[in-house]
Design a protein around this ligand. Structure first.
Ligand SMILES: CC(C)(COP(=O)(O)OP(=O)(O)OC[C@H]1O[C@@H](n2cnc3c(N)ncnc32)[C@H](O)[C@@H]1OP(=O)(O)O)[C@@H](O)C(=O)NCCC(=O)NCCS
Length: 214
């Protein structure tokens, strides 16, 4: 297994992994909009900040990735002003948004929004880097996630970044990050996926300082 920098040729594999691992690995049960899901999860990283992304390769196949940036504010700006409006426009123009499964997801997302489930708690001052980590089923529990996180943390330290944070809906991922020295900064529960999963999901934001404050 090899951890290496992301290359443009990895784009398709990274998009596929993002889809297979998103929404509790059940994206297909929630949405009928594969391109939109892949765009929302990966395009900022692969097309705007590819130099801060890493992949894990096993026997020539990309089996996991860490997509990151050291400037979460810039990421949010590009997502809000460019990527998300484009995804929305394409979904409307192509009629994708009007598919029953997608309308149901948007309705449940809207209800979650009204319940305050997506209120953005900000940690970018102390922890300006953010990342997403996903490993294909069948390659988990073999140290790949740990190796990707460690590679990313040493990359960020080399750039003098003050801290990194990550959001996760997985108890197991939370435990992994705690083992890697992250601290829970925020925790809550979300109910917007309950209409398919049958239960609420936890949501954690964890952070790790990479530099002393002074
Ligand atoms: C969470 C995840 C990135 C961890 O990567 P990994 O390569 O499996 O992790 P490692 O092998 O380095 O470390 C194993 C630890 O990860 C945790 N873990 C989380 N999910 C796991 C899974 N499905 N299988 C095995 N370990 C998992 C456990 O705490 C485990 O610790 P243990 O070995 O002491 O039991 C990966 O399992 C994954 O992609 N899961 C599905 C998507 C997800 O939850 N992504 C996290 C978004 S932040």
């Amino acid at each position: 297994m090899m951890i290496r920098e992301y290359r443009p040729a990895d784009r398709g594999a990274v998009r596929e992994i993002s889809y297979k691992t998103s929404l509790e690995s059940r994206a297909h049960d929630f949405l009928d909009a594969r391109d939109a899901v892949e765009d929302a999860l990966t395009v900022y990283f692969t097309d705007h900040v590819p130099g801060s992304c890493f992949v894990a390769e096993e026997n020539g196949k990309v089996v996991g990735y860490l997509l990151g940036t050291d400037d979460v504010k810039m990421m949010e700006k590009v997502m809000a002003l460019d990527i998300l409006p484009r995804i929305f426009r394409d979904a409307v123009v192509q009629g994708i948004i009007f598919r029953k499964k997608n309308l149901l997801f948007l309705w449940n997302y809207f209800l979650g929004f009204c319940r305050g489930e997506f209120i953005r708690v900000r940690f970018d001052h102390q922890f300006p880097a953010i990342f997403h980590l996903n490993i294909l089923d069948g390659f988990r529990g073999k140290g790949i996630g740990t190796a990707l996180v460690e590679r990313n943390l040493s990359f960020l330290r080399g750039k003098g970044v003050q801290g990194a944070h990550i959001g996760t809906m997985s108890e197991q991922a939370k435990d992994l990050f705690i083992k890697l020295g992250f601290k829970v900064l925020y925790s809550s529960r979300r109910g917007y996926l309950k209409y398919v999963l049958g239960h609420d999901t936890p949501y954690y934001i964890l952070g790790k300082k990479l530099k002393d404050d002074h």
